[in-house]
Each structure stands twice: as C-alpha cells, then as structure tokens.
Design a protein around this ligand. Structure first.
Ligand code: FAD
Ligand code: NAP
Length: 334
C-alpha cells in the first residue's frame, strides 16, 4: 500500500485513455482501505479492471485499485455451493475456477472483463444470464459511516445493467467481497444469440458447462474487440425498452426491426438502431464505432475521453432523431 502522486491511468482503463490521478493507491484488505480513506477528503474513485469506465478528465482526488483477493468455499448442500470471493479477483479467473470444479451458473458469463467486485454494480449479464441469478450476498464498506453492510439479492435491487450501487449508493459503498450460490446440476441456457450454432460448429454432442463456456468465448472473440488491441469498454449504451405501441409504429417503417419481450414493454437492440443511423465502422481521428458491433465505441490509439464522449453524444442525437428513442449510456463517465 503506497500512495503515489500524479499516476497515469492509461493502463488502468480498457479504453486506454491517457489521464492522471492526483493520488493513486491499491488496497488488499479492509484495514488498508480504511487507512487510505483517511487521506481522502472526498469519496475516492474505486477501480477494478477499468473495463466499464470512460475517463474524460484528470481525477483530482484519490483513485483506489481494489486488490482484495481470495476464493473461499463457505457452505455447501445437496444442490448448491456457496463461494465467497474477494472483490479484486478477476471475474473470468473466477469463472474458470468454477468450471474447473464443475460448479455451474457462470458459464454464460465467460470472458467478461473486469473484477468480481464490480460485477454487481451493473448486474453483469450476457447470453440470457445475469449475476443476480447466482448471487447470494455481498459485503460493502460505507464510506461515510465507516462500517460494513451485508446486502442480499433483494437489497441490491438488481435490474437490467443496474443496481443500488450504480444508483443511490453511487460513490458511497465499496464492495469488498461477493458470495455466489453455484449449482451442482447445470441448467443450460443455449437459446440465446449464436450459442446453439456455435456448439454445433464445435461438434459438441454432450452438452457441458465447459462446452457452453467455450462457445461463448469463441463468439465473443470473433465479434468483440480485444481491449489489449483496440481500446473499448464493451457496450457503450444500454438496450432500450419501448412500449408495444411504439414498437408497432417502428415496425411500419422498419419491418426488419427485432424486439425481445421484457416484463413491461419490449427490448430493442441498441446496436441495430445505431447501425441504421450509419455509425457502424465510423472513425474520426482515433475515436470510432466498432465495425463488427456498433454498440461498442473504440479508441484506436490516442483518442481522448472527451472525443469518445462527444461521439457518444452525436450517436445519441441521431438515434433520437431517427427513431424517437433516447439511448442511455451503460459505461460510467468520469
Ligand atoms: P470498473 O470499470 O473498474 O468500474 C466500473 C464501475 O464500478 C465504476 O463506477 C467503479 O467506480 C465501480 N466499482 C468498481 N469496483 C468497485 C467496488 N469494488 N466497489 C464499488 N464500486 C466499484 N458487461 C456486461 O455486463 N456484460 C458483458 O457481456 C460485458 N462484456 C464486455 C466486453 C468487453 C470487451 C468489455 C471491455 C467490457 C464488457 N462489459 C460487459 C463491461 C464490463 O466488463 C463489466 O461491467 C465489468 O463488470 C466491469 O468491471 P471492472 O472491474 O472493470 O469495473
Ligand atoms: P447479439 O447476440 O448480437 O444480440 C444483440 C442484442 O439482442 C443483444 O444486446 C441482446 O440483448 C439481444 N438478444 C439476442 N438474443 C436474445 C434473446 N434470445 N433474448 C433476449 N435478447 C436477445 O449480442 P452481442 O453484442 O453479440 O452480445 C452477446 C451477449 O453478450 C449479450 O447478452 C450482450 O448483452 C453481452 N455483451 C455485453 C457487453 C457489455 O458491455 N454490456 C459487451 C459485449 C457483449 P442483451 O444485451 O440484453 O443480452
């Protein structure tokens, strides 16, 4: 634990944006965190893998990288295994840990970048599974009150890429560990996206969590830019929900539009809307819209956070103009 002044954050955000933190440190325990918070007059910016942030300016305060490690089996019964995981563990390493032990539930969430501690922030999801489906509880440190709280699944108020931590507890709670409830018997979710086709192409006869994970990894590697090669933070916008009336109205002008039912209304693919506005593959300077998935904004090298943000504003405006739909950013802007 060492406090560093004027630290470059380029290596700490997957967009690869070059900004500086006035003060920077990492913590690997609650005690270290408490000691560091003593130096911070304002809430710090807590970082995991930096894969869901866009840094548009230098950070004038303290940036803390969460390095709390450890994976501990805390309870098991006939159906489930309960595993407590340090918030600083890498999410995909945890997925591999579960796959190696035959523990089911996380296979569809393979290869999502970032840390375990940030996963509940936006209830990470992919291919029809969200972490709320395997979440048991988490412990978070309340910055103002200087005390720990336990949050159950209900307390987290998980929604579509949402939770209380992205909402009313933003900048107030630091997640220190998460306990997951994994399944001894897998329940396969293969009807989503291209998973079934990929499993067929792989020649899989006996379905397994390992095969589903491999299929997900293949698909992701084939269409998503690797942040080590092209800077990005995954989907920049959330998929919007519209009323059935609005959908019927859109279908008249756009017969190929696809929608998925939600508990209330219908979900549209934001990537499709952006593509229809002509942004797919767009590039200005080093800021761009990915050629294979329009929902992903990219930094080809030296784009600034502001350039990426301005591009996102233009995309928002044009989607609103063409479809009358206001997209919401999924990425956290600083
Ligand atoms: P960071 O970017 O470090 O932080 C994100 C936010 O959480 C920030 O506001 C930060 O302050 C806060 N935060 C981080 N850690 C803590 C903590 N311990 N306590 C309190 N607050 C904290 N997301 C999906 O949901 N599904 C996907 O399929 C998916 N695919 C992706 C693919 C690519 C190529 C990329 C680059 C991103 C993708 N993402 C996806 C987005 C991202 O990986 C996830 O949101 C991930 O959970 C972010 O983790 P992180 O540790 O990098 O968070
Ligand atoms: P895709 O398979 O091309 O599908 C496009 C969109 O349609 C997705 O956003 C998905 O919504 C939706 N969709 C597809 N099949 C669906 C079904 N059977 N039921 C309901 N909705 C369906 O998407 P992709 O870009 O390759 O991504 C694949 C998965 O990985 C998606 O779940 C996506 O959310 C996730 N992913 C997330 C990020 C991120 O940063 N958040 C980045 C990359 C991939 P949903 O997004 O609601 O699932």
């Amino acid at each position: 634990m060492k406090l560093v002044e004027n630290k470059s954050l380029t290596a700490f955000n997957t967009f690869g944006i070059s900004v500086f933190a006035h003060f920077f440190s990492s913590f690997s325990s609650k005690d270290e965190l408490e000691e560091l918070l003593g130096f911070a007059p304002a809430p710090p910016l807590v970082l995991g893998g930096g894969s869901n942030i866009l840094l548009t300016r230098d950070i004038d305060g303290l940036v803390l990288k969460n390095e709390i490690r450890g994976i501990e089996l805390v309870h098991e019964d006939e159906e489930h295994i309960y595993v407590k995981v340090g918030a600083g563990e890498v999410w995909h390493s945890f997925v591999l840990y579960c796959l190696g032990r035959g523990w089911a539930g996380v296979e569809n969430l393979s290869l999502i970048p970032g840390s375990v501690g940030a996963a509940p922030m936006q209830n990470i999801g992919a291919y029809g599974v969200e972490i709320k489906d395997i979440f048991h509880e988490l412990e978070a440190y309340a910055i103002d009150e200087k005390k720990m709280y336990t949050f159950t699944c209900n307390d987290c108020e998980f929604g579509y890429r949402e939770s209380v931590f992205k909402g009313r507890y933003k900048d107030r709670m630091i997640i220190l560990n998460v306990t997951f409830r994994l399944n001894r018997q897998p329940v396969f979710h293969t009807a989503y996206g291209d998973i079934r086709q990929e499993l067929e192409a792989m020649g899989v006869k006996d379905l397994s969590i390992q095969a589903v994970s491999q299929a997900v990894i293949h698909i992701r590697q084939s269409k998503l830019p690797d942040p080590k090669v092209i800077g990005n933070a995954g989907s920049f916008f959330k998929n919007p929900t519209v009323s059935s009336g609005k959908f019927e109205e859109l279908k008249v002008s756009y017969p190929t539009i696809v929608a998925y039912p939600r508990p209330v209304g219908l979900k549209l693919a934001a990537g499709w809307l952006i593509e229809q506005c002509g942004w797919k593959g767009f590039r200005r300077g080093d800021a761009g819209c990915h050629a294979k998935q329009a929902l992903v904004l990219v930094n080809y090298g030296h784009a600034t956070g502001k350039e990426i943000y301005d591009l996102s504003e233009e995309i928002l405006s044009s989607v609103n103009e063409k479809f009358g739909i206001l997209l919401e950013r999924e990425v956290n802007i600083f």
